[in-house]
Ligand binder design. Structure first.
Ligand code: HPA
Ligand code: ZN
Length: 322
C-alpha cells in the first residue's frame, strides 16, 4: 500500500477555498456574473501572488450566495476529501461570506452545511467540524461580529474559532476581543501566522490571542527562541506545504522547513489550505512529503496522531475517527 492510501486527518481547509473551479464557473454562469478574469486558460484559478490570491478567492466566493449553495459546496468538498482518504477534516467558515454577520442568517447557512456534512458522513465516513473564521483584512469590528456568530452557535459542530486573510494588515492583538469572546464560549483557537508574517506574528498569536494551534507558522524556524516556545507550549502547526510552494515561500517540497520543525520537536500536521487553488490534495501532499523526506507509514501515523490530538472535537469523536 502506498503512503498516499493511508487514512488522513486534516486540520486546515478553507471552505470556500476548496470550491472546485468548475463549481464556481457554473454558479457564475447561472447568475450571469462575469468571472472570466479569475480563471486561467486551463480553467483553473489564476493569481499572481498572495494578495491577488485573496482577491481571486473573494471574487469566487461572491457567487456563493445562499445556504443551499453552501450545502452543495459542502457535499462536493467532502466527496473530494473522502476520495483522498481523509476521515476527519475541519474547515474554516466565515460568517462574512455566510449571511454577512447576521446571526439568524448564519444559523441558516450552518444548518445547511451541517445537514450536508451529516449526509457525507453517512455516505463516505468522513467527519467535518467547523472553525468559524474572521477575515483579518476586514478589520477588528467585523471580527467582533464574527466572534458573536461563533459564540451563538458554539457546540457539537462549531468547535473552533480562527482568523485568515492578509497577514500584512493589522496586528494579531487587534483581534484579541474577538478571540477572548470565542474562548469564553468554549471554542478552541487558531490563527494564521508565520506564513507571510515573520516570527513576530507567531509570538503575537501566542501572547495576544492565546491560540493553541497556528495556521502555517513555518517561518517560526527563523527564531530559535520561538521554536523552543512552540515546543514548550505544545502548540501544533497546521502546515500546508503545497500551498507554501505555490505561493512562493519555498521553491519546492524538499526545501520546505516541515522536516526541520519536526526534528526540533515542534508538533506538525499536514493540510491542503485551498486545494484547487494550489493544485493539491491530501493524497498529493503525502506523496510529495514521502518523496522529499523519505517519510514512511510510521511517519504519517505519527503525523495523523498529532493532528487528531490537536483536533477541535471531543474525545468520543476522536475515538470514532481513530
Ligand atoms: N491564507 C490566508 N487566508 C486565507 C487563505 C489562506 O490560504 N485562504 C483563504 N483565506
Ligand atoms: Zn489558510
Amino acid at each position: 500500500m502506498s503512503v498516499a492510501d493511508l487514512p488522513k486527518v486534516e486540520l486546515h481547509l478553507h471552505h470556500e477555498g476548496a470550491a472546485p473551479p468548475a463549481f464556481i464557473k457554473q454558479l457564475a454562469h447561472e447568475k450571469n456574473v462575469d468571472l472570466s478574469k479569475i480563471f486561467d486558460a486551463n480553467g483553473g484559478y489564476a493569481f499572481r501572488d498572495f494578495v491577488h490570491f485573496l482577491s481571486t478567492y473573494e471574487d469566487a466566493t461572491s457567487v456563493l450566495t445562499g445556504p443551499e449553495e453552501f450545502a452543495r459546496l459542502t457535499t462536493a468538498i467532502l466527496e473530494e476529501s473522502a476520495k483522498n482518504g481523509v476521515v476527519y477534516t475541519e474547515s474554516f467558515i466565515s460568517p462574512d461570506f455566510c449571511g454577512g454577520g447576521d446571526v439568524g442568517a448564519w444559523r441558516e447557512y450552518l444548518a445547511a452545511i451541517q445537514e450536508a456534512a451529516n449526509a457525507a458522513e453517512a455516505k463516505h465516513g468522513i467527519t467535518l467540524r467547523g472553525v468559524v473564521t474572521a477575515v483579518r483584512h476586514f478589520g477588528a469590528d467585523k471580527s467582533k461580529t464574527t466572534a458573536h456568530c461563533a459564540a451563538e452557535t458554539a457546540g457539537d459542530f462549531v468547535t473552533g474559532f480562527g482568523m485568515g486573510g492578509d497577514e500584512g494588515q493589522f496586528t494579531q492583538g487587534t483581534f484579541s476581543y474577538a478571540f477572548d469572546q470565542a474562548k469564553e464560549a468554549g471554542l478552541q483557537l487558531t490563527t494564521h501566522a508565520g506564513e507571510f508574517g515573520g516570527p513576530e506574528s507567531v509570538w503575537d498569536a501566542i501572547k495576544d490571542l492565546n491560540v493553541e494551534r497556528i495556521g502555517h507558522g513555518v517561518r517560526s524556524l527563523e527564531d530559535p527562541a520561538l521554536v523552543k516556545e512552540l515546543v514548550a507550549r505544545q502548540i501544533t502547526l497546521e502546515v500546508c506545504p503545497g500551498s507554501n510552494v505555490v505561493l512562493g515561500l519555498f521553491p519546492d517540497f524538499a526545501s520546505h522547513p516541515i522536516q526541520k520543525l519536526r526534528d526540533a520537536g515542534v508538533k506538525v500536521t499536514v493540510s491542503t489550505d485551498d486545494p484547487p487553488f494550489f493544485h493539491t490534495t491530501m493524497r498529493r501532499e503525502y506523496e510529495e512529503l514521502s518523496r522529499a523526506f523519505g517519510w514512511d507509514a510510521s511517519d504519517f501515523a505519527e503525523l495523523n496522531q498529532t493532528a487528531l490530538d490537536a483536533a477541535f472535537c471531543d474525545a468520543d469523536t476522536k475515538a470514532k475517527v481513530a
